[in-house]
Design a protein around this ligand. Structure first.
Ligand code: NI
Length: 149
């Protein structure tokens, strides 16, 4: 595994749409392994491939329940609303209160291409929505409704 540098605000790649993964090969596995290393080194809870400069629909998250690898993730259900503070490894020092669904269900492929369903509430729901936004070139600042108290 290798650490990859995090792309920071101002880099135009952060506003681009990531492409679907079609091939589940060694290169994808290396990307996922490197994203895991990078997420833990940065003490983050989630990371999208675009944040290490790769425009593929790949995210990793760990909200304290172990690592989850999601390829081609799609939100298939949302319920309720939560308003909580949020930040991003690509926007160091910036925080804001965002509006996100309270509960989400996600359909995604694993590193071998198998489809799985995931459910997230609270931090996990925020994190899933935040990372999936990255795949569409959307930063959390677009979801901010008020500053952090
Ligand atoms: Ni982010």
């Amino acid at each position: 595994m290798a650490y990859r540098n995090i792309v920071k605000k101002g880099d135009p790649i952060l506003y681009r749409k990531s492409r679907r993964v079609e091939v589940f090969d060694k290169k994808l596995h290396t990307l996922l392994d490197d994203m895991k290393e990078t997420l833990y080194r940065e003490n983050g809870v989630g990371l999208a491939a675009v944040q290490v400069g790769v425009l593929k629909r790949v995210i990793v998250i760990d909200v304290g329940e172990g690592l989850i690898e999601l390829v081609n993730p799609e939100i298939v259900f949302t319920q309720g609303v939560q308003e909580e503070a949020e930040g991003c490894l690509s926007l160091p020092g910036e925080y804001g209160v965002t509006s996100r669904p309270a509960v989400v269900k996600i359909k995604a492929q694993n590193r071998n291409g198998q489809w799985c369903l995931y459910k997230g509430e609270e931090l996990k729901a925020r994190c899933l929505c935040h990372e999936i936004d990255h795949l569409d070139g959307i930063l959390f600042t677009k979801r901010v409704i008020k500053p952090v108290d």
